[in-house]
Design a protein around this ligand. Structure first.
Ligand code: SF4
Ligand code: ZN
Ligand code: ZN
Length: 309
């Protein structure tokens, strides 16, 4: 017997939605996937009319789907946004050079202006050189700190004050779990916010906050989007890896676990008496920092002195 789509009741159901378990046809899957993201954008008043927005683009599935969906929603619902692609070149031979080729093709496919900023030009060090110095243990710490600043600096070069990233529901649930396990109250409070603003006035948003990774993969697959799926040669952050494995196990038992964890994070409140670090600016480079020097400057100083460890 042919099973019909539970939404339109006309077409044959060919997808079981990972998020809800509903059996739907391809057309309805696209429609609900896109509409849920649109609803998230509208409910949280993410954009202002005529805003210039940079899409952080790595060539991976999340940012490729983000570029595709943002262009589509911007036209369908007339958000009036001016969209850009912003890519970071960490300088990882055999990984980032290939994925940047994907971003360049995406630029053609979506007809969006592209800006690439590299660690070498910003910091005088590529990740290849950093790994030669520090080995494969703390490389992701350097990379993560440098990427955050690099995106902000790229946004300034593009003259945009809003960056959107492809972080999905799974990423956010993982971050909630990691912050609980580390006891990092300050981050736990911030990590579920859909939009954050640092002192640099550049807003960062996550339109995929409630979008399941499995659905992003399905969407990219059915739409035959051009993305890069190789993992970084310098191995992923292992602590996040543990949280990820745990989350996947939970999802297998109960798919709503991902959203439930995000909702728990959102409901989290800190007592007024608890003191949190105050935000200032880095004395050396002016980037936001809760210490005298920002993390990037501390790491760079170590690198330049030859004392990275
Ligand atoms: Fe950078 Fe680590 Fe990610 Fe590779 S895995 S891109 S080194 S943060
Ligand atoms: Zn349908
Ligand atoms: Zn600094």
């Amino acid at each position: 017997m042919v099973r019909l789509c539970v939404i339109c009741n006309k077409e044959r159901a060919i997808v079981k939605r990972p998020k809800t378990g509903q059996q739907v046809c391809k057309g309805c899957f696209y429609y609900v996937f896109e509409t849920e993201i649109h609803n998230t954008i509208i409910d949280s008043k993410l954009f202002k009319k005529d805003e210039k927005v940079a899409i952080a683009a790595s060539g991976g599935k999340d940012s490729t789907v983000l570029a595709h969906v943002m262009k589509l929603l911007n036209e369908r619902y007339q958000y009036g946004l001016e969209l850009f692609l912003l890519s970071i070149d960490e300088g990882i031979t055999g990984y980032r050079d290939d994925s940047l080729e994907t971003v360049k093709r995406n630029q053609q496919q979506y007809d969006l202006p592209l800006k690439i900023v590299s660690y070498s030009e910003l910091y005088g060090w590529s990740m290849d050189q950093i790994v030669k110095e520090v080995g494969l243990k703390n490389n992701c710490t350097f990379c993560g700190v440098f990427r955050r600043q690099a995106l902000d600096r790229g946004a300034v070069m593009l003259d945009v004050d809003h960056i959107i990233t492809g972080h999905n529901a799974d990423d956010i649930a993982e971050t909630v779990l990691m912050n609980i396990l580390r006891g990092d109250v300050g981050r736990l409070q911030r990590c579920t916010e859909i939009c954050t603003t640092g002192d640099g006035c550049i807003r960062r948003s996550k339109p995929f906050k409630y979008t399941y990774e499995k659905e992003i993969v399905m969407y990219a697959y059915f739409k035959k989007l051009d993305y890069f799926s190789t993992e970084c040669i310098y191995s992923p952050n292992s602590y996040r890896g543990h949280a990820r494995t745990f989350l996947k196990d939970l999802e297998a038992i109960r798919p709503s676990a991902i959203i439930d964890i995000i909702h728990s994070g959102e409901a989290f409140e800190i007592k007024k008496e608890v003191k949190l670090p105050t935000q200032g600016v880095c004395k050396r480079c002016g980037y936001m920092s809760s210490n005298e020097l920002c993390k990037a400057c501390v790491l760079l100083e170590g690198l330049n002195r030859g004392l990275p460890k």
